[in-house]
Structures are given as structure tokens and as C-alpha cells.
Design a protein around this ligand. Structure first.
Ligand code: FAD
Length: 478
């Protein structure tokens, strides 16, 4: 791939985008060289900021004509290296495509441009008594377009489902520059589910330019409980008990001792008990009568795993404080170590206690500090590996531990990612999960949408020979 943009393409970009919507200065481009998984770095050769679907189409067509790889980027909070440019490629950043085009309260749906920030959509829907259910912990910054590309989940996705359950239709620009609408605003359709195919495809099938989201009613009643335990496996067993009883809370989140201490810091931010080895945050919501009886039942099940104590949020302010701790956990850990590697894998809920213990043993062996905060209800683990990249060898130890964690999760019947996507990070693990036929079938689908392979190349699928530089970039080059 060329390390300079072909001059004809550069001229084309200049005609398409005014100066304030095109970055080509190498010093400024450094700001875009990584996403939230900072050890993969690859500076783009340009960043363009389209405002319309037409501009996206023109850019894609010009890039294809010039053979330049192109990666869509939302807020860049991706944790798998998916939002960085391929070698010799450019980024299309969607922050200027941030209009909420319509809130159709009667039919409970909204049409948005891809750069709309997740939390903003729920705020805009609130006056209608509605909300957008997927709530990634990054929701105050991450975009709906990025959420669609990663099929994002969040603490409240246990009962409501992840992004794919809340997106009705996506308008995309394919790798040939065509504008295509996948899905339909209607709840039931007979067509081939290309919408489902696109959601979670990490920008490899095209660029989402307009999204029709489902909105759900705000719950009539909410109860939030915090149970603290003397051990992390006890908290995991309490999770299994609640689910086995047939209760599906809206959220079931676990934080371990190290995370609790980080969250509490010096100011006691969330009010989590400092004598606990783990806390379990449980929320039930829905109609008042059901919520009251479910909360009582949850309390009984939590009590069976010998909690140190169980408390209920007494009001909305208390509830918000408990959630602030959970949603700020990654940021709080960021104050404990200069660098973090946040893993993401899913295991069957029943295997959580043993996998958690295995992760702890792996990290001890590699002398890596680990904290755990995870969506326990759906077995979605997030070990946070702490390191200091300035110290020789630390990143390598973290990468070795991380690879072992992935294998332990797969051996436990799990999968590679719950919500952060495959990106570059897990791409080379794909053959451990899928057979050659499955990977080939996915490659065929990809080629149908993107025949030249220029849409976010080197991500998601292990493409022989593609983007070797990106792989090298991940081995410590900073
Ligand atoms: C602190 C923190 C907490 C997080 N918590 C969660 C969580 O609870 N749940 C969760 O699921 N994730 C979480 N994430 C990961 C991340 O926020 C999500 O993956 C999010 O969906 C990424 O959105 P973004 O706008 O930042 O997209 P980016 O990071 O910019 O891009 C992500 C991917 O989407 C592609 N993309 C972006 N826009 C488009 C588009 N318009 N069309 C096609 N492809 C596109 C990019 O090419 C890239 O492959 C967290 C991240 C951080 C840093």
C-alpha cells in the first residue's frame, strides 16, 4: 500500500471537503493513530469529515478508483484496534454527521445520522417517555454508527438485548459507493436479513450513513441492589442462582476488589464497601408490581451465597451513584496504571467462577496486575490488565497473558468477544473459533459488499497477507 496518497486522490479530497473538514497535516494526524486499545498504532494519511451520505459516496468512489483503503471512525472508543487506518489509508470520521433526523414517538423509533452520540439519543427521546436501550459504558461519547459496527452491548442489555435487537434499518454506502438500505422501519419483514449481517461487521461491509433505531418505553419502576461478597467466585455463584431461578434482571454487573478500590479512590465516589472482595450490582425494572416481587426474590437468592451485606438504592440519586461507579470503572482503573489492556470474552455463566480463578492464576504467572469488572449476567468478562509501556517487557507479558485468557475462555465453551469486536486484536484468533469453511463464507459475504477489499482491511477476518504492518504495529511499536 502507498505511504503517500496518490496526488489525484488528494486533489479529489480537497475538492470534496473544505479545509475545516479535512486533516492532512502529519502532526495533527497523530491524534488519530490509535483507538482506545492504544498499543495498535497506524497514522492515517488523511481524515475527512463528511456531513452527508453523498459525500461519503463520493469519497468511497474516489478511494476505490485510487486504490486507497478507507476506515470509518466514530468516537474512536473501539477496544480492538478496529477504528485505525490501514497502512496507506484514510479515515472517514462521522462526528459531523450528528443530526437526529426524526423521533417518531408514535411508532417508537428514531432516525439518526451515524455520528450521533448514544446517550444523546436517549436524552432526545426522554420527553416522549422513551429511550434507546443499548447503553455501552462509553455511551456518553461513543456513536450510534460505531455501536452498530460493533454490535455494542452494555450493562442494561441483559434483558433488552444488544444493538442488533434495537436497530430496524441501516442505510449504508457499500465498497462500490452504492447507497443501500438494509432492513426496514417495520418490525416484521420477509426479506433476507442483510441488516443483521451488517450489524457487527466492524466497517468491513460498508459505512453506515443513517440508522433507524427502535425506542422502548422508560420503565415504570426500577429497583437497584448492591450485594457485597467475601470472594469473587461467591458473587459469580450468586449470579448463577438468580438466573437459574428464572429471573432476568435488566442488569447484573460484578466488580472485584481492585476495581472497587479504584472506583472509590479517595472520595468514596460510589459508596461501594471497601471490605468486599466483590460487589454485585443488580437492577430490575418494569411494571411496579412485578418489580417489587422480583426485587424481593433477587434479594433472597443473593442471600444464599453468604453476602457481607445487601443494600437497595433508596432513591434516584443513590441509584445514579451506584451506576456512576460501574460506568466509570475503566476510567478509575486508568488512574491506577499508565496503560490498560481491557480484554473482552464470553463464557457460559456456569463456568464464571472457575474461569475467573484461571484468569487470576494466568496473571499471577505473568506478573500482571488484573482487575475484573464484567457483565456477569451474560458471562461477558472484562479482565483489565494493567501495565506501564515505558517498562521494557511489560506489554509483552500482558499480551502473553491476554492470549492465554482467550484460550481459557474458548476452552470453557466461550467465544472471542462479547461486545468490543474482533478488530485487529482478535483477528488472528478467529481460526481457533471458526473453521476454514465458515471463514471462507464470511470472506465471500465481505467481497459481495466490498469487491476491492478496501473497506477497513486487516480487521475482523484473517486475510492472508493483508496489512502485515498493522500486525507489526501491535507488537510494541509506539
Ligand atoms: C471506557 C469504555 C467503555 C466501553 N464500554 C463498552 C460497553 O459497555 N459495551 C460495548 O459494547 N463497548 C464498550 N466499549 C467499546 C466501544 O465504546 C464500542 O465498541 C463502541 O461501539 C464504539 O463506538 P465509536 O463511536 O467509538 O466507534 P469507533 O471506535 O470509532 O469505531 C468502532 C468500529 O466501528 C467502525 N465504524 C464506526 N463508525 C462506522 C460507520 N458509520 N459505519 C461503519 N462502520 C463504522 C469503525 O471502522 C471501527 O471498526 C467501551 C470503550 C471504552 C473506552
Amino acid at each position: 500500500m502507498p505511504r503517500r496518497l496518490p496526488s489525484s486522490f488528494r486533489r479529489r479530497l480537497r475538492r470534496l471537503f473544505p479545509d475545516d473538514r479535512l486533516v492532512t497535516d502529519p502532526a495533527l494526524l497523530r491524534a488519530y493513530e490509535c483507538d482506545a486499545l492504544t498499543h495498535f498504532r497506524s497514522p492515517p494519511l488523511a481524515v475527512a469529515f463528511p456531513e452527508t451520505t453523498g459525500e461519503v459516496q463520493e469519497t468511497v468512489r474516489a478511494a476505490v478508483a485510487a486504490g486507497v483503503p478507507l476506515t470509518a471512525r466514530g468516537a474512536g472508543t473501539c477496544l480492538s484496534g478496529g477504528a485505525i487506518a490501514a497502512d496507506g489509508g484514510i479515515l472517514l470520521e462521522t462526528s459531523r454527521m450528528r443530526r437526529i433526523l426524526e423521533i417518531d414517538a408514535e411508532n417508537r423509533r428514531a432516525r439518526v445520522q451515524p455520528g450521533v452520540v448514544n446517550a444523546r439519543l436517549s436524552r432526545a427521546a426522554a420527553p416522549f417517555g422513551l429511550l434507546y436501550a443499548p447503553d455501552p459504558s462509553s455511551q456518553t461519547v461513543s456513536t450510534i454508527g460505531g455501536n452498530v459496527a460493533e454490535n455494542a452491548g452494555g450493562p442494561h442489555c441483559l434483558a433488552q438485548g444488544v444493538t442488533s435487537q434495537h436497530v430496524l434499518a441501516v442505510e449504508i454506502v457499500t465498497g462500490t459507493g452504492e447507497r443501500v438500505t438494509l432492513g426496514s422501519p417495520l418490525e416484521e419483514t420477509e426479506e433476507l436479513d442483510l441488516r443483521g449481517l451488517f450489524i457487527g461487521s466492524e466497517g468491513t461491509l460498508g459505512i453506515a450513513t443513517e440508522i433507524t433505531c427502535r425506542l422502548v418505553p422508560r420503565p415504570e419502576s426500577v429497583e437497584t441492589l448492591l450485594a457485597s461478597y467475601g470472594s469473587l467466585p461467591d458473587a459469580c455463584r450468586a449470579v448463577a442462582r438468580v438466573i437459574a431461578a428464572g429471573i432476568v434482571p435488566s442488569a447484573l454487573e460484578v466488580l472485584d476488589e481492585r476495581t472497587i478500590r479504584a472506583v472509590e479512590g479517595e472520595k468514596g465516589e460510589a459508596g461501594y464497601p471497601l471490605d468486599a472482595a466483590a460487589v454485585l450490582l443488580v437492577e430490575v425494572d418494569g411494571p411496579e408490581a412485578r418489580v417489587a416481587s422480583e426485587a424481593r426474590a433477587v434479594e433472597e437468592h443473593l442471600a444464599k451465597e453468604r453476602p457481607l451485606r445487601v443494600e437497595r438504592a433508596v432513591d434516584d440519586a443513590h441509584r445514579a451513584r451506584l451506576w456512576k461507579g460501574r460506568k466509570g470503572a475503566f476510567g478509575a482503573m486508568g488512574r491506577q496504571a499508565p496503560d490498560l489492556y481491557l480484554q473482552d470474552a464470553v463464557v457460559p455463566r456456569s463456568r464464571l467462577p472457575e474461569v475467573i480463578e484461571a484468569i487470576s492464576a494466568i496473571c499471577t504467572r505473568h506478573e500482571v496486575t488484573v482487575a475484573n469488572v464484567f457483565h456477569a449476567g451474560d458471562g461477558n468478562l472484562h479482565p483489565i490488565l494493567c501495565y506501564d509501556s515505558r517498562h521494557p517487557g511489560e506489554l509483552e507479558r500482558v499480551l502473553a497473558a491476554s492470549a492465554e485468557i482467550v484460550r481459557v475462555c474458548l476452552e470453557a465453551g466461550g467465544t472471542l468477544s462479547g461486545e468490543h469486536g474482533i478488530g485487529i486484536e482478535k483477528r488472528d484468533h478467529m481460526p481457533e473459533l471458526l473453521g476454514a469453511q465458515e471463514l471462507r463464507a464470511m470472506g465471500h459475504v465481505r467481497s459481495a459488499f466490498d469487491p476491492t477489499g478496501l473497506m477497513n482491511p486487516g480487521k475482523l477476518l484473517p486475510t492472508p497477507g493483508a496489512c502485515a504492518e498493522l500486525r507489526a504495529a501491535g507488537r510494541g511499536a509506539r
